[in-house]
Design a protein around this ligand. Sequence first.
Ligand SMILES: Nc1ncnc2c1ncn2[C@@H]1O[C@H](COP(=O)(O)OP(=O)(O)OP(=O)(O)O)[C@@H](O)[C@H]1O
Ligand SMILES: [Mg+2]
Length: 607
Amino acid sequence: MTHAIELLPELLINQIAAGEVVERPASAVKELVENSLDAGATEIGIELVEGGVKRIRVADNGAGIPQAQLALAVARHATSKIRSLDDLERVASMGFRGEALASLGAISRLTLTSRRIDDAHAFRLQVLGGEVGAIEPAALAVGTVVEAEDLFFNTPARRKFLKTEGTEFGHADDAATRIAIAFPGVAVSLTHNGRRIWSHPVQSADVRVMAIMGDEFAGSSVLIDAQQPAFGISGFIALPRYSRAGRDQQYVFVNGRFVRDKLLQHAIREAYADVLHHQRQPAYSLFLSISPDLVDVNVHPAKAEVRFRDSRGVHQFVFHALNKALSQSSANISTPTADPTQYASPRAAGEGWQLTLPASQARWGASSPPGAAAVAGGFARQPAMAGEPDRFYEVLRGATAGEALLQQVSDTGLPPLGYALAQLHGIYVLAQNAAGLVLVDMHAAHERILYEKFKNQVDSGTTASQPLLAPIAFALSQRERTLLDENRALLAGLGFEFGDLSPNEIAIRAVPAMLDRREPRDLLRELVVDLAEHGASRAAEQRRDGVLSTMACHAAVRANRQLAIPEMNALLRQMEDTERSGQCNHGRPTWYQFAMSDLDRLFMRGR
Ligand SMILES: Nc1ncnc2c1ncn2[C@@H]1O[C@H](COP(=O)(O)OP(=O)(O)OP(=O)(O)O)[C@@H](O)[C@H]1O
Ligand SMILES: [Mg+2]
């Protein structure tokens, strides 16, 4: 049956709109806190009961709402924030639609209490399922309190979609946390069922970020700070050694607004492509600032997405800022700034040895020169990590052989990674530098060196082919054959040459000279497996890097190969000259610094 066309009742209109604006308690929290920020609040208290379904209360010390405008505040399409399309196109406030309170009023029991600085007392207005009540006097300090109770009480279909109390609270906590990261100048607290969950005082930006991201992130992250006339980016990104299984620590803000933007995510992912295992997730908190007229925030009902006028420019800018920081953090090790105060004191005995940069000392941001893509010097920021005390003692025993060396080399003459002392169990190289002890995973380090070298050779077109004296027969399946054929140009470019023997056998005639006459059959097998697994899904350049990475791993020095001291020193010198040498191709760390002060603390010397 159909009806004649009629205008919908106001309540129903608002309930339909509310479906887009308020999906669950978390979205209500976001809207209310954003209103508090727009009102200039410096203190915001969020209280939830039963995951926010029973009750959400947001109190702020902002400018308040004049008595005469209380009713308008809960009316649809009523806003104090924009007046024209022009305003919309350069909007700097969080809100601009004039929909949030009207939507909440339509699907909850809403109470709005507010007092301006000149008011003798506060005023209160209630909205019950869209019915706006009378304005009454109330008691409140300057500011605004919004309470929304029994969310979706009159829209049962929507209410059915709510998850458990714990899940809804989790989402609300996330929403509040995102805002807290972006507004360190505002004190924010969160309470659930009467219990204080967290509370942040007014803080500096880096202290707030570290308080939320945690000590481990603080000890493994670098500062990003790059500015251009049109846009700037700042924040912190984790070094690859601190990666995560999930996307839970990925925060991107555009002009203070948390967004899930595919373009920005892609640029960030690309910057990590070379240093992070593809199954791991990077952690970051990044703030993009951009002139409001170069970004459209009005493209998503919950404002979770934005559109950039110059999307290519933004992508490149973000990619380069991060890529530079990630390569410098590991390659730029020429300015040792061994500052023992940057390390936390070791935890109590038995808890394991861990050196991290506590949030309270996360102050490198403030001291770094502006615009210098300020990555702190590699030494101080390469804290010793994991490992039980036992393993550490083992390392130290090997290190005593360095006494003689110490006398030979004056402090000033020491290269950043110092000189090799010994090899440990065929896996680690121990070295002594100005700061103390350096521990290197020789395979991982060599792998990165070769990978970067191979890439440079390919980029500069200086790859060479090494003909084999006797061609090697290589049997392969139909599928592998197809893969090889599809990637023939890529492999030929690197120096591989094949001839046909039969439909399922080829002859390898030449291999890349950079492979240094290694047994090529295993490598080719690995390459084929790798191409089969990822080849089709990758762009040409990524596929090439994948091949180079496999080649580097194949050619890198294997565990248990005894290295002579000069060979170890050569490895250290190459690491110093190689970009991104702090991580292997799979994103694992290649070396750690143990400063003398750390060792002294371990032995409780000087106490
Ligand atoms: N906490 C607050 N303090 C002061 N004024 C407020 C507060 N919350 C709401 N207001 C006023 O009420 C108006 C309506 O708020 P509402 O959230 O519905 O719309 P908006 O913020 O303008 O736009 P949007 O729908 O995009 O959030 C605001 O424009 C503002 O003037
Ligand atoms: Mg609003």
